[in-house]
Design a protein around this ligand. Sequence first.
Ligand SMILES: Cc1ncc(COP(=O)(O)O)c(C=O)c1O
Length: 303
Amino acid sequence: MNIPDNYHVLFLQGGESLQFSMIPINFLRGRNRPANYIVTGYWSKKAITDARREGQVNIIWDGSDEGFTRVPKQDELQFDSEAAYVYYTTNETVEGIQFPTIPDVGDIPLVCDMCSDFITKPVDVTKYALISAHGQKNAGIAGVSIIIIRDDFLKDIPDNIHTMLDYRPHIEKRSIYNTPPVFAVYTVMLMTRWLIEDIGGLENMDKLARQRSAIIYELLDKNEGFYKSHAKPDSRSLINIVFKLPTAELTQKFIAECAEEGLIGLQGHRSLGGIRASFFNPMPMEGVHALRDFMMRFQNKYH
Ligand SMILES: Cc1ncc(COP(=O)(O)O)c(C=O)c1O
């Protein structure tokens, strides 16, 4: 990731849901400045609830009226110049929409939830004040989160925060302030070694992610009368592909018949329904081909 020396990397517990709290506790509490949140889907919306307990949250873009089918363009974003930070979700796992580029926020600290596309591609870490990602999607297993924080972002943290919720003791103790989730951290080591030695690094992972998703998006585009992609083309996620079938009955049939062929976990998130194919880092190309072949057969059978 080419993480510069003025950043710290932490291995913490509590999943991304704890980061929804730790970020505003450390960086919004006691400030007379608002935080700016970009709401692009289920997860960024959820992050706001806890942020509001700590201070003023200004939602500077909200995609809910459009059913969370796209991310904003740069010229749709207007930040409070005094914002404590700008927060966004790089890839909305539920809706399958992803920022194709990093928003330009000028000098305001940029914070992101990178859970679902963490280490799926090269990223310019220097654009961020804080990156957080739980392990369980691309980097290992549940139980550990990887937090990357820039030094200068730590200077205004209030002093009355409970120790476990303050980033600084974890930095001082190099992520062993208390008993760490050793096995989960170990899986991150195995995954990063696999990424470097077997895949050949983040550029290659990105190529793979593009190839995998292109196969399914191409199929969706060719068969729009039957399969309907949720995301607008310029916001499509390379990781989570969300689409609908013509009826709820066909959706249930799709899921059931997939399972008979060993294709599992394709049910869309309960908040959205439909189908979601998730191609996290370990998904082999064979899995993508199997899904594509199944989708063509299914369409021929029921269309
Ligand atoms: C983008 C994103 N953020 C946050 C979460 C919540 O993560 P956790 O279960 O680790 O709290 C998820 C869960 O899937 C997610 O996809």
